[in-house]
Design a binder for this molecule. Sequence first.
Ligand code: DGT
Ligand code: CA
Ligand code: CA
Length: 571
Amino acid sequence: MHNTEIAHLFERFAVLLDIDGANPFRVRAYRNAARTIESLSQSLESMIADGADLTELPGIGEDLAQKIADIVASGRFHDLDAIEKRVPGALADLTELPGLGPKRVRSLFKDLGIASLPELSRAAKAGKLQTLPGFGPKIEQAVLQAVDRHISTEKRLMLSTAEDIAAPLIAYLKAMPGVSSAVVAGSFRRRRETVGDLDLLVTCRRGTPVMERFAAYKEVANVLAKGTTRSTVKLRSGLQVDLRVVPEVSHGAALVYFTGSKAHNVAIRMLGVRKGLKINEYGVFKGKQRIAGNTEKEVYAEIDLPFIAPELREDRGEVEAAKAGRLPKLIELDDIRGDLHSHTKATDGHYTIEEMARGAEARGYAYLAISDHTKHVTIAHGLDARTLGKQVAKIDRINAKLKSIRILKSAEVDILADGTLDLPDSILQELDFVVAALHYKFNLDARAQTERLIRAMDNPNVNILAHPTGRLIGEREPCALDMERLMKAALERGCFLEVNAQPERLDLNDIHCRMAKEIGLKVAISTDAHSVDSLDLMRFGIDQARRGWLEADDVINTRSWQDLKRLFQRK
Ligand code: DGT
Ligand code: CA
Ligand code: CA
């Protein structure tokens, strides 16, 4: 068990003791112990294994040392289990709200039976809080606001938003003399579509005052923990950031450890155990001797594995594949030869065809598809057959002048309720290829929705199904679909599914990418750009494709237009 977890158990126990009205000295003893444990540079587990005397640590007496030993041995803190039978654990979370100390939380629980955030929110809305002694309308109002804010900040953050927050913080830390590297590990480095918090790893010379600088960062709202090797802060944006400082010799081992995922780490550690090695955030150890730890590659090499890309570290078969020498050669941004979905001023985009084409050219692409909305999407002023016809003619004229890039004639045609398309075949046949997409009636049952989409692909002009589930992260759930059936139907018809690279879409997602690969269906990774800048969103699509084990060959827009044209010829 990791030090953080043990500290967390003690911290939680202290809060519950406090709510329970225990002796304040006892409460403080557990709090102090938690703080001591969090700032240790060595894991308690290994200290115990080495026979260290824990009572030498500040704030740890005989009693606490024994408890730590029990927790490490059993994985459980029995006193906490016992108190949770009387005092619900969720009450500890309530004390984090402004205005609610242990005393008030105790009264909420004893007098109103409130034991969770939603219950608290309901009671405050019903005006029940102000009836309690020690509460008034002002406190009730403050609690209500805090609850709402708390609930809204508990959400995971989109990867792109996390990037915007991480970049200046990393630059700030790197600018410090003595810091040799500062990187984000955790789910961020594994490129998950959302992150729970940021896990920063700093390598620096001994004694560099990194923690001071970290806590002084202008975006820090409060410092939750501050030690010599580990600190946690909450930023004004609501995002929590964990920072660990590691010595150069442990950099690779720490990177493996804090990149996770937890499940991947467990699998790695087990391989180590089989070879008589101990793997932790400080290195790979044979007995007491560190035999690796500088680089990640070194750490994997000790357990006879090649380097495993962070995107694959989810314990979804990557360790077995690595062992068998069968890791995929993951697709990279450089493999992409063009973008198959973009919009212009003609509908809801912000730039002209020429401006978008120049943007694609500047990114080294060989082609860019213009795929504006069609008439059913009235809010985007979708094109009808006549206006699309004019756009096609215009693209032909522009292409005649362009040398190094080709504009592909396309449209994002709307799929109607019955699965037919909102433009006649006569105009669709004029296009280089057709993208079809859902924009309404997301709430059909899985069977009806799947059949609606298959019906759309029955039209022989359709080549790519855009953002198939229609989800918007944090805003709209994916529609109900039988994805496997949909993919098999696409494969039979010679159609492709899109990985929409918009950070709030990422639709298909990583799991779907993997499913497509297993079924043998290729995908298109497209930005759906509405501006020149958003052509750069391609990399977010690549991230998810990599998490889905895709290689360049699994993605159609890694091909030249000549080859692609052949793929677009439907059977
Ligand atoms: P998140 O923050 O929910 O998006 O997901 P992660 O994967 O970033 O998780 P986080 O921040 O709790 O921890 C970062 C990494 O640290 C995690 O991926 C693996 C490592 N880690 C954290 N706790 C443990 C643990 O108890 N055991 C092991 N083996 N690794 C852990
Ligand atoms: Ca994290
Ligand atoms: Ca974390």
